[in-house]
Ligand binder design. Structure first.
Ligand code: C2E
Ligand code: CA
Ligand code: CA
Ligand code: CA
Length: 276
């Protein structure tokens, strides 16, 4: 928690996390959050390494309660998954992210991608692909400017339905990113099975590339592997200039992280685009 920061943080410790009463309260609050417009999106830059240009933005969900308290997604995304609430919430995220991206593109006459995190539960809906197409049609966003980010751990549950939806959407131009790559156990088999265009390498692989030669070699190998099977690489959680320098030398395509920018509220993210 950051004392004295712009937001107040509510800290949930492990005892509270498993406290049923607390969980039920949180669930009730989560139910109301959608209808009461308590969700908002923040946007984090994704930067093309060779040119330094902004390639796009990742939309990240934020929950600000009426009392001003801000609850980080790590504290409630899992509960939203367990209760199924992530389905309507995720639909709202998709709609809002596409709408915002289209608005920015029109205002600036520039092209960039918008990346949206998708839960496995959303992907398991029989009409998921139709919903995505409907949102694209409604907002007027070019499908080639939408990236869906999926985590491998969540995809285990229904690889066949998922693959069908994803292949259908890819045919329309939507691109698929495999998020948190390397965190799970069966990463390499997922790269083989999943119709992904982009691999996002988990922050834990980037954290020590500036002080561990082993980590550097692992990163180098992952990047060359991914590029040899014609996929793009995004390194997540780049915080230091030295990490960027190494990633540049290794030939990493895209980077994202606090070194460039934290996720920003809509108007700030828009201004950052104008300044480019
Ligand atoms: P993620 O998809 O892996 O998103 C990246 C997370 O890393 C974000 O945390 C981002 O703020 C943080 N991050 C980015 N750069 C840095 C850095 O340089 N250093 C550090 N320490 N962190 C960095 P955030 O926004 O708290 O989101 C956490 C997770 O919540 C996301 O991880 C994603 O799994 C989930 N999430 C967020 N928004 C959504 C959403 O709309 N739908 C779903 N299903 N999940 C979401
Ligand atoms: Ca993500
Ligand atoms: Ca990630
Ligand atoms: Ca994650």
């Amino acid at each position: 928690a950051k004392a004295g920061g712009k937001h107040q943080f509510r800290i949930f410790d492990e005892t509270m996390r498993f406290d049923l009463l607390h969980k039920r309260k949180l669930e009730d609050a989560l139910q109301g959050a959608l209808s009461q417009n308590q969700f908002t999106l923040h946007f984090q830059k994704q930067v093309h390494v060779p040119s330094g240009e902004v390639k796009g933005y990742e939309a990240l969900l934020r929950w600000q309660q009426p009392d001003g308290l801000y609850i980080p997604p790590a504290e409630w995304i899992q509960l939203a998954e367990e209760t199924g609430l992530i389905v309507p919430i995720g639909y709202w995220v998709l709609q809002t992210a596409c709408q915002t991206a289209k608005k920015w593109q029109d205002a600036l006459q520039t092209r960039f991608t918008i990346s949206v995190n998708i839960s496995a539960l959303q992907l398991m809906q029989y009409d998921f692909a139709d919903q995505v197409l409907a949102v694209l049609a409604e907002t007027g966003l070019d499908p080639r400017h939408l990236v869906l980010e999926l985590t491998e751990t969540l995809l285990i549950q229904s690889i066949e339905t998922s693959t069908n939806h994803l292949n259908f959407l890819r045919d329309k131009g939507v691109r698929i990113a495999l998020d948190d790559f390397g965190k799970g156990f069966s990463s390499l088999s997922y790269i083989k099975q999943l119709p992904a265009d982009i691999i996002k390498i988990d922050k834990s692989f980037i954290d020590h590339i500036d002080d561990s030669s082993v980590d550097r070699v692992i990163m180098e190998s992952i990047i060359s592997l991914v590029q040899r099977i014609d996929k793009e690489v995004v390194a997540e959680g780049v915080e230091k200039q030295e990490q960027l320098r190494i990633l540049q030398a290794i030939g990493c395509d895209f980077v994202q992280g606090y070194y460039f920018s934290k996720p920003l509220p809509e108007h700030q993210a828009f201004h950052a685009l104008v300044e480019v």
